[in-house]
Design a protein around this ligand. Structure first.
Ligand code: ARG
Length: 586
């Protein structure tokens, strides 16, 4: 790795100069001046009471002669480092032949379970379900690329109140009679029926206490696998899961495991017993709960009147594992799922959840219970990667004009329509497949180029632009390189530096290559998005200033072709990690 090579030389100079504090470098703040910089001479000089500039000079004088890097002292006491053309050329040729394109794999691989997706059975997927598969899929690809062993689990929401609500609504609408009376024909439960039933029931439960209690009761019957409730549940689940799979596949999210909350059912009793045996539970108003508040946090007291507002700086309610009626909840299935994962998949180093940031308390509760009870081993990391909200231009959660939540299906269709228009305007062949690839790329890049934790504005027209920092622009750059390569008949040859534009390209590849590690540490892909864009835009500058196809000097032309191959390789890898497919034409 270049950074390591530079730091080794730098520290050799420092040691010879007689200083003991290790130095490190960063990418340059002033790329026009140098490629990397070392700011460490200030603190080094302070420690020994010397003059920083002199310290820097002494170090640089002691760095061994080499053909790869130029070290210079700049006022007040920076060490600036430039890569020589020879080094840049070598790097270019090296990256071309390296399987990882110059990216460093981790020496130690970790076993990671990634929990993302989280679609709820019986409810139509909506805009709120977009970020999890987008971010999750990309983190999965990143972790794998850097050497982790990753197991992805869709963890469908299929064991909660929505099941009872939906069934009860369908029953009230007279659709489920067959199952209760055995008379007539078995109904076909369609997606349309479900899409209608759940919202209706969900609305009603808010103002109708009896209905809500009845739905609780139905949910419990499903959880207890009572008939015909359980059979109906399985039908609903099946119809719904088919639809969820279709949507996830359109979004390019692939899962190793398609488990749901219901799969943890077999582990619930065991998990509860472990927790009870540790003496962690108490009963409150008939519910089984575990206190998880730590010092500085408060356990909110039950409100004495519905209007009373309880204000706490750090509220941390107890985890509720069983309701008054014996039904289990979201926290229960998540805890049992951790037990299941640790029993069925051994030696898991990390379990990461890519779930809305507003579920922070839920995960804190679940993780604390699992750690206290020993359901998650001490050395296992449980991490909630909480993402921000996608908002409209007004900064409020993105909604339709009438104020409804936007269905995922509608967003996908909108993206396809808008991308098709763009293709038409570009005189490119229009197909649903290509339009989907472009639309999804637009949305993904628009999402991932923001820090995961932040809210961001969903601006479909901006995201879909073929110019600027967008997914389609990056796709277009690769499509363009492919078309140039197709038109060049020459072979690729040794790459060498012929102009400033080539220097910039290799440097931006260096930045791109180090972005993977930054993203790994930050658990956010924005650094990769920026570095990918910088490479693409440096490539455009190169291409505008050099006539690759008509270059008459064959050595130069062959070097260009290698450069194109290299840029294509680096961009394709980055786009793959970002979950973006490259269309054939656009
Ligand atoms: N189904 C949940 C929801 O819609 C998300 C599930 C996230 N994963 C988890 N293990 N809790 O809010």
């Amino acid at each position: 790795m270049v950074i390591q090579e530079i730091e080794d030389l730098l520290n050799e100079g420092r040691e010879k100069a007689g200083y003991s504090e290790k130095l490190s470098i960063t990418f340059s703040n002033m790329p026009k001046l140098c490629d990397f910089q070392c700011n460490g001479c200030f603190s080094l000089a302070k420690k020994i009471g010397g003059n920083p500039f002199d310290v820097a000079e002494k170090i640089v004088k002691n760095i061994p002669q080499n053909d790869d890097f130029i070290f210079e002292v700049a006022k007040p006491a920076f060490i600036n480092i430039k890569l020589t053309d020879k080094k840049l050329e070598n790097l270019g040729n090296e990256f071309l032949n390296d399987e990882m394109g110059g990216v460093q794999k981790h020496q130690k691989s970790q076993k990671v379970i990634l929990d993302y997706g989280g679609a709820n059975v019986a409810k139509a997927l909506h805009i709120g379900h977009l970020r999890s598969p987008i971010i999750g899929e990309s983190l999965k690809r990143l972790y794998k690329f850097l050497g982790d062993e990753v197991i992805s689990d869709a963890h469908l929401g299929d064991w909660g109140l929505q099941m009872g609500l939906t069934e009860l609504q369908l029953y009230n609408d007279g659709i489920l009679d067959y199952y209760f009376t055995g008379k007539g024909e078995e109904p076909i439960i369609t997606l349309d029926l479900l899409n209608e039933a759940y919202p209706k029931a969900s609305l009603r439960k808010n103002n109708d206490e009896d209905f809500k209690n009845q739905a609780d009761d139905w949910t419990l019957k499903i959880q207890n696998k009572e008939e015909p409730y359980f059979t109906i549940y399985k039908k609903i689940r099946q119809v719904s899961v088919e639809q969820i799979k279709k949507h996830y596949s359109e979004l390019g999210a692939e899962f190793d495991l398609w488990y749901g909350e219901s799969d943890a059912d077999a582990y619930i009793d065991k998990a509860l017993k472990i927790i009870e045996d540790k003496g962690l539970t108490r009963v409150s108003d008939g519910a089984v709960i575990v206190d998880v508040a730590e010092e500085g946090e408060n356990i909110p007291l039950p409100k004495s009147s519905p209007d009373e507002v309880q204000r706490y700086k750090n509220p941390m309610p107890p985890a509720i594992l069983k309701k008054y009626n014996g039904g289990v909840l979201y926290a229960t299935t998540d805890i049992a799922t951790i037990l299941m994962r640790n029993e069925t998949i051994k030696n898991v180093d990390r379990i990461e959840y890519i779930v809305d940031g507003r579920q922070k308390n839920h995960f804190t509760q679940v993780f604390r219970v699992c750690k206290k009870a020993g359901i998650s081993p001490e050395n296992q990391q449980l991490i909630h990667i909480g993402f921000g909200t996608m908002t409209g231009k007004d900064g409020k959660p993105f909604k339709t004009r009438s104020g409804d939540t936007i269905k995922l299906e509608d967003i996908i269709n909108l993206l396809i329509d808008k991308a098709s228009e763009k293709l038409k305007a570009n005189n490119a062949p229009v197909s649903r497949e290509t339009a989907l690839k472009i639309g999804v790329a637009a949305m993904k890049f628009g999402d991932l180029s923001n820090s995961v934790v932040k809210d961001y504005v969903f601006d479909i027209d901006k995201f879909l632009s073929f110019e600027g920092k967008t997914g389609p622009y990056l796709q277009y750059t690769v499509v363009r390189i492919n078309s140039i390569l197709n038109r060049c008949n020459d072979k690729a040859g040794k790459f060498f530096i012929n102009s400033d534009e080539e220097r910039e390209i290799i440097k931006s590849i260096l930045k791109l290559n180090s972005a993977y590690e930054i993203c790994y540490q930050e658990k956010s892909l924005n650094a990769l998005c920026s570095a990918t864009y910088d490479l693409a835009s440096n490539f455009s500058t190169f291409y505008n200033n050099h006539n690759v196809i008509n270059e008459s000097n064959s050595q130069i032309k062959q070097s260009y072709i290698s450069l194109l191959n290299l840029v294509k390789k680096e961009l394709s890898t980055a786009l793959y990690v970002l979950g973006i497919d490259i269309p054939e034409k656009m």
